[in-house]
Design a binder for this molecule. Structure first.
Ligand code: ACO
Length: 332
């Protein structure tokens, strides 16, 4: 029976480090507030104009291919998860395919925010198991820094996000002991407007007005307390559902690699799962929330640091705008 293996993982972040103190020069905040509420110490921002998520993804894909032991030219499908596509259309996957020199290779953009990597993983897993593709580049990439409100009015959101990209190369395996075991994903649009960017919007005539800009409806808006409450309920719920369905106990897990939205959220999730703190991967302190890139970025670093090794049982879990959430069980 053909299953899906993670063949290699890579990542890339821009070199510009932006500390909490740097942000405190732009608006009313402090290193103490940000660290205490979120665990974030610094994040990366793009330095040059005309650097989109697809540009950050190019070195991430190349690193993932190298680690997978394949040529970039072998990629036969791209899935690009992002909430900050390079342009309104076409999708970032098309730009990435061109930059990698992959004419004709299909490119699917996934717009499921922080859960985008898990949505993409379920699609890629189905494609590979159906025998449709053999080398899928599943990418998460974001450039948030050009879309944040760096004023006092936007400080609750602006401190959270960073730029970055990561990629997992997925391919078929007959080894059913080392593969993607299961992925469960969900959405509930009743929470859509609790974390969103409203304008420009094709639903409005016209899509964009000066008033919308003046009223700050062009920046991301979030009800942080509601997102926190939902995330700490839904992430453990979906994680337990996947574990139970696969007959896996918490003790069997080598590492939880959660979406990095807030260190406190992930500590609470671990507590609810009764998972010891040393079995949870955190890298939010260095990168902030990189949305669709955060799980593969954390996975790439976990592998580099020897915290996730071949044969380890890993659990991914995410919650984000949509609302969307999910969990995935993988034997590396
Ligand atoms: N610096 C200093 N003070 C701030 C800042 C800031 N950056 N932002 C807000 N505050 C103030 C508020 O104005 C408020 O002041 P007040 O008490 O005088 O009114 C006070 O700090 C407390 O604000 P709260 O919103 O109550 O703070 P909370 O403890 O809820 O923490 C936070 C805010 C960190 C955003 C938290 O709610 C959170 O992490 N929520 C989840 C966010 C999340 O996970 N998003 C991920 C999804 S991202 C995606 O899918 C795209």
């Amino acid at each position: 029976m053909t299953r899906t293996a993670i063949l290699g993982v890579g990542h890339h972040v821009p070199s510009k480090v932006v500390t909490n103190d740097d942000l405190a020069k732009l608006f009313d905040t402090s290193d103490e507030w940000i660290q205490q509420r979120t665990g974030i110490k610094e994040r990366r921002f793009i330095e040059k104009d005309n650097t989109g998520p697809s540009d950050l993804a190019v070195p991430a894909v190349k690193m993932a291919c190298e680690r997978a032991g394949i040529d970039v030219a072998e990629i036969d499908a791209i899935i690009f998860a992002t909430l900050s596509p390079d342009f309104n259309f076409p999708g970032s996957g098309c730009f990435l395919g061109d930059k990698l020199g992959l004419p004709g290779v299909p490119a699917l953009d996934v717009r499921n925010q922080c859960s985008g990597f898990l949505y993409g993983l379920q699609v890629a897993d189905a494609w590979i198991r159906a025998g449709m593709y053999r080398r899928v580049a599943l990418v998460g990439g974001e450039v948030h820094s050009t879309g944040l409100d760096f004023s006092d009015a936007g400080r609750d959101v602006a401190v959270l996000f960073g730029d970055g990209a990561a990629c997992a190369i997925l391919g078929p395996t007959e080894d059913t002991s080392r593969c993607v075991l299961d992925t469960e994903i969900h959405a509930d649009g009743s929470g859509a407007k609790l974390l969103w960017t409203e304008a420009p919007a094709s639903a409005y005539i016209p899509r964009i007005t000066h008033e919308m800009i003046d009223d700050r409806r062009v920046w991301p808006a979030m009800n942080g307390k509601q997102v926190f409450r939902w995330a700490t309920a839904k992430m453990p719920e979906v994680a337990l559902s996947v574990l139970e369905r696969n007959g896996v106990g918490i003790d069997d897990l080598a590492l939880l690699v959660p979406h990095q939205a807030n260190r406190r959220i992930n500590e609470l999730v671990a507590q609810k799962l009764k998972l010891p703190p040393d079995k949870v991967m955190h890298n939010i302190m260095h990168y902030g929330n990189t949305t669709a890139a955060s799980i593969p970025l954390a996975l790439s670093e976990a592998i580099e640091q020897g915290r996730a090794k071949a044969g380890d049982l890993l659990l991914f879990a995410a919650f984000g705008s949509g609302f969307t959430w999910g969990a995935s069980l993988v034997r590396l």
